[in-house]
Design a protein around this ligand. Structure first.
Ligand code: BJW
Ligand code: ZN
Length: 242
């Protein structure tokens, strides 16, 4: 691909790469994105479902949404995009900062993945400290904790803080990288959408892979307006030739 030639000469100097990924990277694995035309779930706006108030109002509805997503995610396979990122670890230091809860980067073999918004396999009590990981379907709806209160997905909803431990590390990785590749995210949700700013402050090379423009597109050194399953293997091949 012609556009990648622009950074080809610079790949030798790149030691640390950070990928910031969002729902778009898993779109080609059959997992819906949040915004845009395929973002609706049974006429519900995911942006209204992904809140703690929606959960307290109707835990059964929210669990129905997550149960359908669990089923779909558990049978999904990593795609060429996830696999290309995992492959790149053979050549250079790679960290993945993902907003996705689907675990597909890990399935593809990436070893350093920080899950900013939690994970589909994790559940926790809405009241006590109970936490668990469940790799199967959950039949009870809503599932209850031993303490009698409702269990919830251990994911980060609007108005909730990210795990401070995960976020601290994410900021550090972002501010120390030489190249940041922002893939398949609309960059509308904070604080994840501030990660490119930390990389810019370190004068990192900035690349975006997204068929659509985002608010950060004009700040990028290179914008690849293509799907991630097509663009990522091309990008990674530049490092393999070194
Ligand atoms: C392709 C492709 C292909 C397609 N190849 N690309 C007012 C009130 C309260 C809070 C706020 C407020 N104003 C701002 C806030 C903060 C709020 C926020 O940012 N809101 C904005 C919407 C305005 N953020 C938070 O609340 C965060 N917490 C926080 O800030 O704590 C401090 C705080 C405390 C108290 C009050 C206020 C602040 C938490 C955010 C949690 C987000 N959670 C979710 C759900 C996670 C669990 C789950 O998955 O169910 O995270 S929402 C949803 O959005 C999910 C995603 O990770 C996240 C980002 O979406 P993403 O990944 O970018 O997906 P899309 O669909 O938006 O974009 C897909 C992209 O892919 C598109 O660009 C396509 O073009 C592209 N694409 N196909 C490549 N094949
Ligand atoms: Zn409990």
């Amino acid at each position: 691909m012609k556009m990648f030639e622009l950074i080809k000469d610079q790949t030798k100097n790149i030691k640390k790469i950070v990928f910031v990924t969002g729902a778009g990277i898993s779109q080609e694995s059959g997992i819906s994105t949040f915004r845009g035309k395929d973002g609706l779930w049974r006429n519900h706006d995911p942006m209204k479902l992904a809140t703690i108030n929606a959960f307290y109002d109707n835990p059964k509805l929210i669990w129905e949404w997550y149960n359908e997503r669990r089923k779909n995610i558990f049978q999904a396979h990593a795609n060429q995009g996830h696999r290309a990122i995992a492959e790149l670890e053979k050549y250079v230091q790679v960290v993945v900062l993902t907003q996705n809860i689907d675990g597909l980067h890990q399935k593809a073999g990436s070893s350093k993945v920080l899950e900013l918004h939690g994970s589909i396999v994790k559940i926790k009590c809405s009241v006590c400290d109970f936490k668990d990981e469940i790799q199967t379907e959950i039949s009870e709806n809503p599932p209850l904790c031993k303490c009698g209160n409702v269990l919830r997905p251990d994911v980060v909803w609007f108005g909730e803080s990210l795990s401070q431990n995960v976020w601290q590390k994410a900021m550090i990785f972002a501010s120390e990288c030489d190249l940041m590749v922002v893939v398949g995210t609309s960059l509308v949700v904070s604080p994840a959408n501030t990660l490119p700013i930390y990389a810019q402050q370190n004068n990192a090379i900035m690349i975006e892979i997204n068929p659509e423009n985002t608010e950060m597109s004009s700040e990028m050194d290179l914008v690849i307006k293509d799907s991630s399953a097509v663009a990522l293997p091309e990008l990674i091949s530049l490092f393999q030739r070194n």
